[in-house]
Design a protein around this ligand. Sequence first.
Ligand SMILES: [Zn+2]
Length: 295
Amino acid sequence: MTMPTIRAGQYTIASVVTGWARLDGGAMFGVVPKVLWAKGEDCDDSNRILLATRTLIAAADDGSRVVLVDTGVGSKWLPEDAERYAVEHREGSIRKALHALGRSQGDVTDVIATHLHFDHAGGMTRFRDETRADLALVFPGATHWVHRRHWDHALSPTLRDRASFFPHDFKLLEDSGHLEFVEGDDPACPIPGVEWSLSHGHTPYQLLPLFEDEASPLFFTGDLVPTASHLPPAWVMAYDLYPLKTLNERLALYERVSARNLRIAFPHDRRMGGARLSVDGNRVRVEEPLLVNEH
Ligand SMILES: [Zn+2]
């Protein structure tokens, strides 16, 4: 089986489905009525839609960097908790994808946590054994990048979003020597060929990487645009703390898509890891799916 990859600058890039989860369809589409959003979604008896939890892997040609963006739901789930979100962790999926790229887990140099919600940061840590007493980093050789202001928020979230943060996903990083805070409102990125963008509508200081490419850079949308179904600017999740900010950030993103000929990569689309878009005012569509899953 070959894994689909694309190129961006000096990187070969893959999108790995590290697991699956189901979240309430109404919450995923905010004010949009079900008669509109239900088309094309895989919706179960509890009104939950199927979402992939993806990791983007970017491997540099010269072997100097292997960058992961987000790590999925991870392996620390008890059956009764997994049930609520129909969480299914695909053990070994990142390892197998790294292998297909000629790399191993120990080669991972950087883990970018766009934000610390459990469906993005869960795979950064694991339990050492079945006693579930001790945690360990899944990528102990990697620098883990998180925006400091988001980290602070994750440690004292609001009543509205605290259910999305599990401290056992990230607290361990604090004294590990493997956490690097991104600072400020216009941060420079020290990873070669990568730029940072910040987004605040879904959660404060979401950290979104762009992989530079002369012809068509690749931008990881994080939960600014979780799936291809969320491309319409106003189809904003009810989970977002600041929905109007999300809407404006999407409009600004689509201007950048046109101006810089960006391709985008999604964290949660169940069918495709990314897309080339067609932007016509507020009408934004997938022109070409990229990194389509094999089944
Ligand atoms: Zn998410």
